[in-house]
Design a protein around this ligand. Structure first.
Ligand SMILES: NC(=O)c1ccc[n+]([C@@H]2O[C@H](COP(=O)([O-])OP(=O)(O)OC[C@H]3O[C@@H](n4cnc5c(N)ncnc54)[C@H](O)[C@@H]3O)[C@@H](O)[C@H]2O)c1
Length: 322
C-alpha cells in the first residue's frame, strides 16, 4: 500500500497558536482549529478571563477528540507561537459599516499588539478584527514587523462568498470556480471579472460552451450579495462567525505546513499608486508569512476601482494615525 500520511501530522506535534479575543469569532476559530488537527496547543487570551475560561472548559471536551490542548493564557504564553490571531474588538451593530469601528479597535490594538510583540518577536500576526485592512496596517505599524508577517484576513472571506454565489448561480461547486475579490474587506471591494473562470474558461466562454445565457445583471447580483452578505447575516443573527473561522484556519494551514497556498489576504504595500496602505491581493502563504511575488493582471477599470478602494482605506488609516 502506498499510504501517504496527512501533511499536517508532524507539524501539529509542536505547533502553538494563540487567539486573542475569545468572543464569537475567536471561539469559533478555536473550535475549527481544534478539529483541523493543525495545532497541538491553542491558547485563548481575553480581557474577560471568566468568559474565556468557560469557553475553554467547553472546548477542552472537544479537544479530547482532537488530541490537542486548549487553555486560557496571558501574553507571556505567546512565546513560541507559530501565529497569533487577533479577533479582539467591538463588532458591527446592524446598519454600521466596518469603518465605523476604527477608533475603538485601533485603541485596543495599541494595548494588545506590543504585548504580543514583546513575548513573540518572531511570530506571524493574523488580524481578523474590523475594519480589518486598517487594523492590519495598525498592527504592522505598532509591531514593527516586516510586512509579510502581518496578515489581515481581508477579502479571503469575500472571495469565499463570491465563489459560493457564482457556484450557486452556475450550478457548480464553489471549489470549481476561480474568481477573486480584491481591495477592501468592505464596501469598496472589487470583483475581478476579467480573471474569473470556471473549468479554465472565462465566464462568457463557459456560458457559451454550456449553452446558457451570460447576463451581466446576474453577475452584478452575485457581487452585490457577496458585498452585502455580512450586513444581512448581522441583521438576522447579530454577528458572523462560521465563515470567518473557516477562512482563518485556511490562512493558518499554509503557514503551519509551509504550503505556499495563494489566498486573497490583506498586507501593507503600495497598490494602484497608493503607498503605505493595507488591502487584499492574492498572496502566497507559507511559514515566512504572506508574499506578493506575482502581481495580479488587472484591466484599466479594475485598476481604477482598486485605487478608489485603496484611497478609502488610506483615509481611514489617516484618521487614526498620529
Ligand atoms: N475579518 C472578518 O472577516 C470578520 C468577520 C466577523 C467579525 N469580524 C470582526 O472580529 C471582531 C470580533 O467579533 P466578535 O463577533 O468575535 O465579537 P465579540 O464581541 O463576540 O468578541 C470580542 C471579544 O474581544 C474581547 N476583548 C475586548 N477587548 C479586549 C482586549 N483589550 N484584550 C483582549 N480581549 C478583548 C471581548 O472580551 C470579547 O470576548 C470584530 O471587530 C468583528 O467586526 C471580522
Amino acid at each position: 500500500m502506498n499510504y501517504q500520511p496527512p501533511l499536517v501530522v508532524g507539524h501539529a506535534k509542536s505547533t502553538k497558536i494563540v487567539i486573542v479575543g475569545a468572543g464569537s469569532v475567536g471561539v469559533t476559530t478555536a473550535y475549527a482549529l481544534l478539529l483541523s488537527g493543525l495545532a497541538a496547543e491553542i491558547v485563548l487570551i481575553d480581557i474577560d478571563k471568566n468568559r474565556a475560561l468557560g469557553e475553554v472548559m467547553d472546548l477542552s471536551h472537544a479537544a479530547h477528540y482532537a488530541q490537542a490542548k486548549i487553555r486560557v493564557g496571558e501574553y507571556v504564553d505567546c512565546a513560541g507561537a507559530a501565529a497569533v490571531i487577533i479577533t479582539a474588538g467591538v463588532n458591527q451593530k446592524p446598519g454600521q459599516t466596518r469603518l465605523d469601528l476604527v477608533q475603538t479597535n485601533h485603541a485596543l490594538f495599541e494595548n494588545i499588539v506590543p504585548q504580543i510583540v514583546e513575548n513573540a518577536p518572531d511570530t506571524i500576526l493574523i488580524v481578523a478584527t474590523n475594519p480589518v485592512d486598517v487594523l492590519t496596517y495598525s498592527a504592522w505599524k505598532i509591531s514593527g514587523f516586516p510586512v509579510q508577517r502581518v496578515i489581515g484576513s481581508g477579502t479571503s472571506m469575500d472571495t469565499t462568498r463570491f465563489r459560493h454565489e457564482l457556484g450557486r448561480h452556475f450550478g457548480v461547486s464553489p471549489r470549481s470556480v476561480h474568481a477573486v475579490i480584491v481591495g477592501e474587506h468592505g464596501d469598496s471591494q472589487l470583483p475581478v471579472w476579467s480573471l474569473a473562470t470556471i473549468s479554465g474558461m472565462r465566464l462568457q466562454d463557459y456560458c457559451g460552451q454550456a449553452g446558457i445565457d451570460y447576463a451581466h445583471d446576474d453577475m452584478e447580483e452575485c457581487a452585490r450579495k457577496t458585498r452585502e452578505a455580512a450586513y444581512e447575516i448581522i441583521q438576522r443573527k447579530g454577528k458572523t462567525n462560521y465563515g470567518v473561522a473557516s477562512v482563518l484556519v485556511s490562512i493558518i494551514e499554509p503557514i503551519i505546513t509551509n504550503g505556499d497556498a495563494i489566498m486573497t489576504v490583506s498586507r501593507v504595500g503600495t497598490y494602484a499608486g497608493v503607498e503605505n496602505v493595507s488591502l487584499s491581493m492574492p498572496c502566497k502563504l507559507n511559514r515566512d508569512g504572506a508574499h506578493q511575488d506575482v502581481p495580479l493582471l488587472l484591466n484599466a477599470s479594475e485598476q481604477e476601482a482598486l485605487r478608489k478602494s485603496a484611497l478609502s482605506i488610506k483615509e481611514a488609516i489617516m484618521s487614526v494615525e498620529k
